[in-house]
Ligand binder design. Structure first.
Ligand code: TYD
Length: 218
């Protein structure tokens, strides 16, 4: 459907913890299916059997200290498997792929949050995915304090990254916004505190115009 990932459409949902990415990915998936499209919903870290193992290694407490380089490499390894085994094949079939997090999460959390450097983390991940980029990144911009309230309201215990201080989450928020500002044509940035249905309508409208452009080009 699009030029980059022809014939499929690849959309990544990004944002801080508690931004509501999964809710929005799920609503968009329903809307795309209602239009007769085949949708693959997936997430990172994870999305493959090896990726799910790597997810628990890097997110669960209890594996001892994980240094920043090791952390970045585990996320990149999970992403490499995800891109080659799941995302690319789905795009080649012509599916709509919706992923909860992708490369920008590593650039923001490991590159900026862990201070490894955003350029080097981007390069590592572009290598890991052989350059596979989303057609659109939906960034749900969340205030760190709001994000913490929203995710703890659901009770679930915080994972290793979520339990970092608000300052860490503020750095991440700024990094995401900076990424979006460098390529505004491929981002849709929305304040996460808007009502769920309003966010969903804006995301659907942008996706529909991408689909229309792709069909026009085909
Ligand atoms: P996520 O699956 O979004 O959390 P949830 O448990 O709420 O569904 O992400 C798990 C955590 O991993 C989140 O704090 C962000 C972090 N993360 C990174 O630090 N780097 C990455 O590359 C990715 C994909 C996630």
């Amino acid at each position: 459907m699009t030029t980059t990932n022809s014939p499929g459409l690849f959309i990544a949902f990004e944002g801080g913890d508690g931004a509501g990415k999964s809710t929005q990915a799920s609503l968009l998936a329903d809307a795309m299916e209602a239009r007769g499209l085949t949708v693959l919903r997936t997430r990172e870290p994870g999305g493959t059997p090896i990726g799910e193992k790597l997810r628990s290694l890097v997110l669960d407490h209890g594996h001892g200290h994980i240094d920043a380089h090791t952390e970045a490499l585990i996320f990149a390894a999970s992403r490499a498997a995800h891109a080659s085994q799941v995302i690319r094949p789905a795009l080649e079939r012509g599916d709509v792929v919706l992923t909860d997090r992708y490369i920008d999460s590593s650039v923001a959390y490991q590159g900026a949050g862990r201070d490894l450097g955003t350029d080097v983390v981007r390069t590592l991940n572009e290598w890991a995915t052989s350059g596979l980029q989303p057609d659109l990144t939906v960034l749900l911009d969340v205030d760190p304090a709001d994000g913490r309230r929203r995710r703890t309201a659901g009770d679930a215990a915080e994972d290793r990254l979520e339990s970092e201080a608000d300052e860490f989450h503020t750095t991440i928020r700024e990094a995401f916004l900076k990424l979006a500002a460098t390529r505004p044509d491929t981002y849709l940035v929305l304040p996460a505190h808007l009502p769920v249905h309003e966010l969903a309508a804006q995301i659907l409208s942008r996706t529909d115009s991408l689909l229309a452009t792709a069909r026009g080009a085909a």
